[in-house]
Ligand binder design. Structure first.
Ligand code: ADP
Ligand code: MG
Length: 625
C-alpha cells in the first residue's frame, strides 16, 4: 500500500466516523454505542497519524509543527465536551493534508512514471548477430536494434534506418518526430514504424530519465523564498500559538473564569490561531505549478526558479540550436585546392568529435555524397570559434574568421568573399596556415520560435534579445523571420561576451537566458533564470540551467512564463486570505466569544480553500497559448 492510498483511507475513515456522529446529532439519534464508536474511529484515524508525525518532528528534530497544534486542539475540544467539533477539526485537517500530499506527489510521480516506461532488455548487435541483453549492461558504442513499437532503452544516436519516434513521454509533444541517421534518440521514447539501429551514447544511469529524476530530486532542495517564508512562519508561529493559548487559559483562570469555560476559550483560540492555511498556501501552489509544467515538458529545478521566472522582464536567446532547429544544411562547398571530395572527409573527420549543429550538417552532407570521414585526432573545440585537430600530415582546423585569423591564414579569395557576403554561416577549413576551402551552412528557425516570441511580447516581456557567436548577416536573416528587430540582435559574440551582456541586462531587469550549447553555459548560470533546451541541448547547458525545456516548442516557454506569474498571483491571494482569516478568527476568539465550532469551520475551511486555490493550477495544462 502506498503512502497516498493509506492517507486517503485514513481520511475517509475519519470522515465516516464524523458523518455517523453528525447524523446522530442533527438528523436522527443513533444508539449511543454506535456514536461513541464512530467518534473514537474519527479521533484515531484522524489524530493518531498526525500525532505520530508531530512526535517524530518534536523528538527527532526538536521542531513543533502544526500537526501538533491540531491534535492538541482536538483533544482540548474533546476535554471541554465539544467532541464533535474536535472530530470536525481532525477530519478537515486530514482531508486538507491528503489533498496537499496528492499535489506534492504529482510532480515526482510524473517523473517516476517514466521509470516504469523503461524497457528491461534490449536487442544488442554483436558481430552481425542479435542478442537480448539487460538494458543496464548497455555501454556507449554498442549497437541496438529497435523494432517498431519498441521503446528506446538508453540515449543514443540513430545509425541505420529512417523512421518516426513518438517523444511524448519526454517532451509532452504528441506529434511524431522524424529521425534519420545521426539523429539523437532519447530513452523511453517509442519507435513507431521502422526497424532502426542505434548506437548507444549513454549508459542507463546517465540517460534522459535518470537525468530528469536527478533534476526533480535536486529541485526539492531548492525552495522558493516564499516557501521558506511559510516554513519559517509555521515554526515560529506554532510555538507562539501554543504558548499564547496556555497563557490565555492561565489568565482566564486568574480572572476567576470557571475552568471548563477557560479551557473552551483557550481551545477556540488555539484553533483560530493555528497557521495551517498560511503554511499550506505556498507549497500547494508551487508544487501544482511544477507538476503541470513537468507534464508539459518544462522542468523547473525547484520553486525558486519558478518564482524568479515570474519576475523576468527580459528574455535573451541564443540563436543556433535555440531559436533555430540546429538541423543545419550545407548549402555550398568551395574547394580552393583539389575538389570537395578531397577536403570534405578531413573536415568531417574533425567535426566527428563535435556536437555543434554545424557538425551534424557536415555529417549529413557526407552521407549524401557517399563519402567517409578521415581519421583526425587531438581534437579540441573552441566555443564560438571552431575546432582544431591533427592527422598524420599536421594540424587541421575549421571555424569562423576568428579561427582563420588565429591560424594566420588569409581570407582574400574572390569566391569566398562572395560566400561571406551571403546570409548563410560560413565555415572555413584549412591545414596550418593554408586555407583549403569553405562551406556555407544554413539553419532554419524552429517552427514555433516566431509564435513563442510573439506570445512573450504579448505577455508583457518588454525586451527580447538575440545573442549569437555567428556573423551578423546570418543573425539578421533569422531575426527578421522571428520578429526580432535589428537593435535586439547581438552577433559575433564569444561565450564571455554573452555573459557580459546578460550581466548588463540583469542590472536593469530580471533576465532569462535561453540557450543550448556549451558556449551558453556561463550565460545560463549568470542569468536570473537560465533555461536550457533540454532534449536537444548539451549536457553542460542543462547543468548550468534552472529550467530545462524538454519540449522544443518555444510557445511552451511563454506558457511557462505565464504559469509562473499565475502561480505567484495565487500565492499572493492565498497568503492574503490566510493571514486575513487568521486575524479575524483570533480577534473573534480573543474579544467576541467566538464559538468553537465556528473557529473550527473558519480555520479548516480556510485551509481547504487555500489548497484548492493552489490545485487550480493543475487544471490548466501548459499547452501552446
Ligand atoms: P550560437 O551562439 O548562435 O549558438 P555558436 O557560438 O555555437 O553559435 O557558434 C558560433 C560560430 O562559431 C559558428 O557560426 C561557427 O562559425 C563557429 N563554430 C562553432 N563551433 C564550430 C564547429 N564545431 N565547427 C566549425 N565552426 C564552429
Ligand atoms: Mg547555440
Amino acid at each position: 500500500m502506498t503512502d497516498d492510498t493509506r492517507d486517503l483511507g485514513l481520511t475517509l475513515l475519519t470522515i465516516l466516523g464524523l458523518a455517523v456522529a453528525m447524523v446522530s446529532r442533527f438528523a436522527m439519534p443513533l444508539p449511543e454505542v454506535l456514536v461513541s464508536g464512530a467518534l473514537i474511529l474519527a479521533y484515531l484515524a484522524g489524530g493518531v497519524p498526525a500525532g505520530i508525525e508531530a512526535l517524530k518532528e518534536l523528538l527527532g528534530k526538536f521542531r513543533l509543527d502544526i500537526d501538533l497544534l491540531m491534535v492538541v486542539a482536538a483533544l482540548a475540544a474533546a476535554s471541554v465536551g465539544a467532541v464533535l467539533e474536535g472530530a470536525v477539526l481532525l477530519a478537515l485537517f486530514s482531508l486538507s493534508g491528503t489533498l496537499e500530499h496528492r499535489a506534492l506527489g504529482k510532480a515526482r510521480r510524473a517523473v517516476e512514471a517514466l521509470m516504469a516506461l523503461r524497457p528491461e532488455t534490449a536487442l544488442r548487435v554483436v558481430a552481425g548477430r542479435v542478442e537480448e541483453v539487460a538494458v543496464r549492461d548497455l555501454a556507449p558504442g554498442d549497437h541496438v536494434v529497435l523494432r517498431p513499437g519498441a521503446r528506446v532503452p538508453v540515449d543514443g544516436v540513430l545509425s541505420e534506418g529512417v523512421g518516426e519516434i513518438d517523444e511524448s513521454t519526454i517532451t509532452g509533444e504528441s506529434v511524431p518526430v522524424a529521425k534519420e541517421p545521426g539523429s539523437k534518440l532519447h530513452e523511453a521514447t517509442v519507435n513507431l514504424n521502422a526497424v532502426l539501429t542505434m548506437e548507444v551514447s549513454r549508459t542507463l544511469d546517465q540517460s534522459t530519465v535518470a537525468r530528469m529524476i536527478a533534476l526533480v530530486t535536486e529541485a526539492q532542495g531548492m525552495k522558493a523564498p516564499s516557501e521558506r517564508f511559510s516554513d519559517w512562519f509555521g515554526q515560529r508561529y506554532t510555538v507562539a500559538v501554543l504558548v499564547g493559548s496556555v497563557t490565555a487559559f492561565l489568565v482566564m483562570l486568574w480572572m476567576g473564569i470557571p475552568q471548563a469555560q477557560a479551557l473552551y476559550q483557550a481551545a477556540t483560540l488555539l484553533v483560530a490561531a493555528s497557521p495551517c492555511a498560511v503554511v499550506i498556501s505556498v507549497p500547494a501552489a508551487i508544487l501544482s505549478a511544477l507538476s503541470v509544467a513537468a507534464r508539459g515538458g518544462v522542468l523547473f529545478k525547484g520553486g525558486a526558479a519558478l518564482e524568479r521566472l515570474a519576475e523576468v522582464k527580459t528574455f535573451a536567446f541564443d540563436k543556433t540550436g535555440t531559436l533555430t532547429t540546429g538541423r543545419a544544411e550545407v548549402t555550398s562547398v568551395v574547394a580552393l585546392e583539389g575538389d570537395a571530395s578531397s577536403f570534405l572527409p578531413l573536415l568531417a573527420g574533425i567535426e566527428a568529435h563535435s556536437e555543434h549543429p554545424i557538425a551534424g550538417a557536415i555529417r549529413r552532407e557526407m552521407t549524401k555524397r557517399g563519402l567517409t570521414a578521415a581519421v583526425v585526432n587531438d581534437v579540441v573545440t573552441s566555443p564560438s570559434e571552431g575546432i582544431t585537430g591533427a592527422d598524420a600530415e599536421g594540424q587541421l582546423w575549421a571555424g569562423n574568421p576568428r579561427m582563420v585569423a588565429r591560424m594566420g591564414a588569409a581570407l582574400d579569395h574572390v569566391t569566398l568573399t562572395e560566400m561571406a557576403s551571403g546570409s548563410h554561416t560560413v565555415v572555413y577549413f584549412g591545414r596550418g596556415p593554408r586555407l583549403l576551402g569553405a562551406i556555407a551552412v544554413a539553419d532554419q528557425p524552429r517552427a514555433t520560435s516566431q509564435a513563442g516570441i510573439a506570445a512573450l511580447r504579448r505577455d508583457g516581456i518588454s525586451q527580447i534579445v538575440m545573442m549569437t557567436g555567428d556573423r551578423r548577416p546570418v543573425a539578421l536573416r533569422i531575426a527578421q523571420t522571428l520578429g526580432i528587430t535589428e537593435a535586439e540582435v547581438h552577433a559575433d559574440m564569444l561565450p564571455q561576451d554573452k555573459v557580459m551582456l546578460v550581466d548588463e541586462l540583469a542590472r536593469v531587469t530580471k533576465v532569462a537566458f535561453v540557450g543550448d550549447g556549451v558556449n551558453d553555459a556561463a550565460a545560463l548560470a549568470r542569468a536570473d533564470v537560465g533555461i536550457a533546451m533540454g532534449a536537444a541541448g548539451s549536457e553542460v547547458a542543462l547543468q548550468a540551467a534552472d529550467v530545462a525545456l524538454l519540449s522544443e516548442d518555444m510557445q511552451r516557454l511563454a506558457a511557462a512564463h505565464r504559469l509562473a506569474r499565475r502561480t505567484m498571483r495565487i500565492i499572493r491571494q492565498n497568503l492574503t486570505f490566510a493571514i486575513g482569516a487568521m486575524v479575524v478568527l483570533v480577534t473573534g476568539g480573543l474579544f467576541f466569544h467566538l464559538p468553537l465550532p465556528l473557529a473550527v469551520i473558519g480555520h479548516e475551511g480556510g485551509t481547504l480553500l487555500v489548497v484548492l486555490n493552489g490545485l487550480r493550477l493543475l487544471v490548466d495544462p501548459i499547452r501552446t497559448t
